[in-house]
Design a protein around this ligand. Structure first.
Ligand code: SAH
Ligand code: SF4
Ligand code: F3S
Length: 468
C-alpha cells in the first residue's frame, strides 16, 4: 500500500477555498466524467459542475476511461447510499492503477453527510465536497491536484448558511425543456428524510434572478421550464413574493410556452396557487405532483408531514374543483415504522380515491440522523416488499384503465428528442405523458398535435394530426 492509500490519512478542511487564486488552466488536457445519482437537483448540479469545469478548461468526456477527473455526484435518499459510492469507486481501481494521476472526487448528498466516513474508509477518494461547495469546485480540484503524497486529503463540505442563494442557472445544452432552481434546501424535517441534513436550510432565489435565467434560456431555444425546489410552495422571494406570485410572473413576463413545477408540499398548497394555474392554462401545465406519502393520519403525524388524511383530501377537492382536467401523481412510502396492515390499506384506498395516473412508491429506508430511524417498531423487510408489490399491482391495474381515456384524443406534444435510427420523435404532453410518434427531425422543439393510438401507463404511442 502506498502512503497515499493509508486509511489513517488526515483531511484538510477547506473553509474559504475561494481565497485561493484559481489557475484557469488546471483543466488543460484533462477530461472530466461526472456520474450522477438522485433527483433533478443533482442532475442540475452536475450540469453546473460541468459548466464550471469547462471554464477551467476541463473537457467533458463520456466514459470514465477517458477521464483524468471522475466525480461521483451522489444521492443519499434511500438505503445503501454510501455502499453505492464505495462500489462505484471500487470499479475505478484498475483505472487509478494505470493512471496514478487520476483524481476521484465525491460530491452530492452522500458527500455532504458522510464526508468523514468516505475519506477514512476509501483510499481511492481524493476529495469530497458538499452541496454548498459546488461553486468552489475548481478551487477544490486545484488543491487536490497540488497535494503530494502524504499530504492531507481535501474536504470542502461546509454549509454557507448565512449567504443568500444567488446563482445563475448553468446548463451547457438546455435543449427545449429544462429545469430552473427556485429554492434550495428544506426546513420541513419530515421524520424519514435526509434532505434537510444534506442540503441545509431552505433559501429562495430572488424573483429577478429566476426571470433573468428564463429570459436567457428562451433566447437559447428553451420552450418549457420546470421550476424546481424541495418544496416550491414555501418559496419566499423578495418583497413578500410567494410561489403563486412567482408562477404568475413567469407565465406573464417570459416567452416560455410551458411551465411546470415540482415538488409541491400539500401543507403549503393553497387556493391562490390554484387560481394562478387556472388563469394561465395557456402556459402552466395541468399536472401536479403532490406527494401524500401515507394515507393514514397517525402515520402522517409520525412522519411530521403537517397534514392529516382529511386535510390532504380537502386540498385534492379544491384542486379538482378549480382545475377539473388536472392530472395528479404522488410519492408514497410503505412500511414506515409501526405501519399496520390496516394503516397501509388506507394508503391503497387513497390511491384509488384520488385517482393518481402515476405513483412513485418506495419501501421506507432508515436514514442517518432522522427521527424515524430511531423509532423502535421498524417493519420487517419482507412485509415492506409485499406491501410495495401489492401497491404497484393495484395501481398498475388502475392506471391502465385510467389512461385508456386518452386513446383517440389529440394531445399537444412538445417534441424534445429525435430517437436514433428512424423517424421516431418523442416528447411530453401537457399532462407529462411521454409520447412516441413518427415525424421529421425538423419538428424538434415544436409543439405538435398528436392523436393517441395506444396509451400505456408510462408511455403513449400516437400519430401526428395533419391539418385538413
Ligand atoms: N421534497 C419532496 C420529496 C423529495 S425526496 C417532497 O416533500 O415531496 C423524494 C421522495 O423520496 C419522497 O417524496 C419520499 O416518498 C421518498 N423518500 C424520502 N425519504 C425516504 C426514506 N427514508 N425512505 C423511503 N423513501 C423516502
Ligand atoms: Fe424531505 Fe420532507 Fe423536505 Fe421533502 S419536504 S425534502 S420529504 S424533509
Ligand atoms: Fe438524493 Fe439529495 Fe436529491 S438525497 S433525492 S440527491 S436532494
Amino acid at each position: 500500500m502506498t502512503q497515499r492509500e493509508t486509511p489513517t490519512e488526515t483531511f484538510e478542511f477547506l473553509n474559504k477555498p475561494s481565497q485561493n487564486a484559481l489557475n484557469h488552466d488546471i483543466g488543460k488536457g484533462r477530461g472530466v466524467f461526472i456520474s450522477t445519482y438522485g433527483c433533478q437537483m443533482n442532475v442540475n448540479d452536475s450540469e453546473r459542475m460541468y459548466s464550471l469545469l469547462e471554464m477551467s478548461n476541463f473537457t467533458p468526456v463520456s466514459t470514465p476511461e477517458e477521464a483524468s477527473l471522475i466525480i461521483i455526484n451522489s444521492c443519499s435518499i434511500r438505503e445503501k447510499a454510501v455502499h453505492k459510492v464505495y462500489s462505484e469507486v471500487g470499479t475505478y481501481r484498475p483505472l487509478k492503477q494505470k493512471k496514478p494521476e487520476l483524481l476521484i472526487g465525491v460530491g452530492g448528498c452522500v458527500g455532504q453527510q458522510e464526508k468523514d466516513k468516505l475519506m477514512k474508509n476509501h483510499p481511492l477518494i481524493d476529495f469530497v465536497f458538499g452541496t454548498d461547495a459546488i461553486d468552489e469546485l475548481p478551487q477544490t480540484i486545484q488543491q487536490a491536484l497540488g497535494r503530494s503524497r502524504g499530504d492531507s486529503k481535501i474536504v470542502n463540505a461546509q454549509f454557507h448558511h448565512r449567504e443568500p442563494y444567488h446563482v445563475d442557472t448553468l446548463v451547457r445544452n438546455p435543449g427545449v425543456a429544462t429545469f430552473v432552481n427556485i429554492t434550495k434546501g428544506c426546513d420541513n424535517f419530515c421524520s424519514f428524510c435526509v434532505v434537510p441534513f444534506t442540503r441545509g436550510r431552505e433559501k429562495s432565489r430572488p424573483v429577478s434572478h429566476v426571470l433573468n435565467d428564463i429570459h436567457l434560456l428562451t433566447k437559447r431555444g428553451v420552450k418549457e421550464v420546470t421550476l424546481l425546489g424541495q418544496n416550491v410552495n414555501s418559496y419566499e422571494g423578495d418583497c413578500g413574493t410567494d410561489f403563486a406570485d412567482l408562477l404568475k410572473k413567469v407565465a406573464v413576463e417570459t416567452d416560455l410556452q410551458r411551465i411546470r413545477f415540482t415538488t409541491s408540499h400539500p401543507k403549503d398548497f393553497n387556493q391562490k396557487l390554484m387560481t394562478v394555474m387556472a388563469d394561465h392554462t395557456d402556459k402552466i401545465c395541468e399536472y401536479i405532483h403532490l406527494p401524500f406519502q401515507s394515507g393514514n393520519s397517525r402515520i402522517l403525524e409520525l412522519m411530521n408531514r403537517g397534514y392529516s388524511r382529511e386535510e390532504y383530501l380537502d386540498k385534492i377537492k379544491m384542486i379538482k374543483e378549480t382545475l377539473p382536467n388536472v392530472v395528479l401523481s404522488s410519492d408514497i412510502i410503505v412500511g414506515f415504522p409501526g405501519e399496520t396492515e390496516s394503516e397501509f390499506q388506507q394508503t391503497i384506498d387513497m390511491v384509488e380515491e384520488v385517482g393518481y395516473e402515476t405513483i412513485f412508491a418506495f419501501k421506507y429506508s432508515p436514514r442517518p440522523n432522522t427521527k424515524a430511524a430511531k423509532l423502535t417498531e421498524q417493519v420487517d423487510e419482507a412485509i415492506k416488499t409485499e406491501r410495495l408489490n401489492r401497491l404497484f399491482d393495484r395501481h398498475e391495474a388502475m392506471a391502465f384503465e385510467m389512461v385508456k381515456k386518452y386513446e383517440g384524443q389529440t394531445l399537444e406534444v412538445l417534441v424534445e428528442k429525435v430517437e436514433t435510427g428512424g423517424l421516431k420523435l418523442s416528447g411530453r404532453s401537457r399532462q407529462n405523458k411521454l409520447v412516441f410518434f413518427e415525424g421529421p427531425e425538423s419538428l424538434l422543439g415544436q409543439m405538435v398535435p398528436v392523436k393517441i393510438i395506444r396509451a400505456m401507463p408510462a408511455v403513449f404511442r400516437g400519430e401526428i394530426v395533419v391539418p385538413s
